[in-house]
Structures are given as C-alpha cells and as structure tokens.
Write a protein that binds this ligand. Structure first.
Ligand SMILES: [Zn+2]
Ligand SMILES: [Zn+2]
Ligand SMILES: [Zn+2]
Ligand SMILES: [Zn+2]
Length: 231
C-alpha cells in the first residue's frame, strides 16, 4: 500500500517536472510540441515521462520486454539529466551491438554459480575476454545461426544486433548466448574438473541444482534435459 502510494507520488512528480520543463522551454522541445492530447509514456527505469511518438524512428520501448525506456529518446533530443527533469542515461537503453559487458550476468546458467565459474575459467583459459566471446556470439546470433526457441525475450525472432534493449534484456540475451557458448564447446576445452562431470538428466531445467550445492557442483547442468517434462 505504502509502495503504491509512493509510486503514485513519483508519477505525479515526474509529470510535474515535465510540465515545468515545457513551461521553461516555452512548450517547445527540440521541434516537438506537447499539447493536452499528447500521450505520455512513463520510463520503466527512471519513472520520468516522455511524449509517445509514433512517427519517430527512435525506439521508446524495449523489444525484449515491451516496457518503455527514455534513454534513447532524450539522447536523440540532445537532452540530458538536469535538476528539474528526470532522464535516463543513454547507456541504459541502446543497441545490442553498442553494449559492453565485463561480468557474467547473475542470471547466466539458471543462476548456477558453479557453472558461471566454469564458464569464466573457460574464457580465461582460452586467453579471451567475456566481451570477445559475446561479440563473436552476437555475430552468430545476428546471422541466425542459433536456435532461438529458448531465448527468454519477447519478439525473439525480430531481435537483431541493432535492436535497442534494456539492461535486463541484455543480461538475458548474454546468458542465452553463454548457454550456446558452453553447449557447443568440446569437452577437452573445459577445465579438467568440469570435463569429468556427467550430465545431469534434467539438464538446465534441473531444480535440484538450486537447493543442493553438492549436486549443482558434481553434475553438468549446461546441457539439454534427457528426462522430465522439458525434453
Ligand atoms: Zn509532454
Ligand atoms: Zn527489456
Ligand atoms: Zn528513463
Ligand atoms: Zn541436476
């Protein structure tokens, strides 16, 4: 209840900021005029408002989750954060190919930390960086060399390297690509302790890996299920 109340206040506040901004700028915002009929979108990240533009080629929604984000819009309008207007940094909503990554996302390998550690050691052993590996896989992804059935993003078939996605969807995409990086890797390239493990029958869908540390470590979970309902 309290949170609901707070979120209402923040909507009011950001709406008010927008109105103040428009007054200051004389209702003119880089060639676009708001009027009482202008539909506004609320950014999912900062809670700020932006006018909904349909005749504009700057994306205002993340294709992966359909939520509104203002980073690309205000960047295109050359407007940045100020004291009286809530605006996201451009970094939070930009094309997949322009993003960089330095850490394996928390979501990777169904949040199994042992598998994340193995992936990290694999990459290091190959003398590469996470960024190198992801850049390669984004090329393969863009060339449609990867089966997208399990890709956890909306409109998966429409996503390309130039699609704008939010931070959360980018982490999901990287996690999806790291799955393919691992399943296509020959066993002899894995660190020895990882190569000697047997595949868990339930593969990535195994639930035991989430509450049994020993099992999570002793079996490989970056593989397709051969039992259970996810085959
Ligand atoms: Zn407006
Ligand atoms: Zn998203
Ligand atoms: Zn925003
Ligand atoms: Zn298992």
């Amino acid at each position: 209840m309290w949170q609901f109340f707070l979120s209402k206040i923040s909507i009011l506040k950001s709406g008010l900021f927008h109105v103040i901004l428009l007054l200051l700028l004389g209702t003119e915002l880089c060639g676009f005029r708001c009027n009482q009929n202008t539909v506004h979108l609320q950014c999912h990240a900062c809670g700020g408002m932006m006018p909904s533009r349909t005749n504009n080629n700057v994306p205002q929604h993340c294709l992966g989750c359909d939520r509104a984000f203002c980073g690309a819009y205000w960047h295109a309008q050359r407007l940045s954060r100020s004291d009286f207007h809530v605006v996201c940094s451009h970094e939070t909503f930009k094309p997949i190919s322009e993003r960089t990554i330095s850490r394996i996302p928390f979501l990777a390998h169904e949040t199994n930390r042992h598998e994340q550690d193995i992936t990290e050691r694999c990459i290091r052993q190959m003398g590469r960086t996470l960024q190198d590996v992801i850049s390669d896989w984004i090329v393969k992804f863009n060339n449609r060399e990867i089966d997208r059935t399990r890709m956890p993003l909306n409109h998966a078939e429409m996503v390309t390297a130039s699609t704008h996605v939010c931070n959360q969807c980018y982490d999901k995409l990287v996690s999806f690509l790291l799955y393919w990086f691992r399943v296509t890797m020959p066993k002899y390239l894995l660190p020895p302790d990882a190569a000697n493990r047997e595949d868990c029958w339930y593969g990535y869908a195994c639930r035991t890996q989430h509450h049994n540390e020993d099992h999570a470590r002793k079996r490989n979970h970056v593989c397709r299920p051969t039992r259970g309902s996810n085959i």
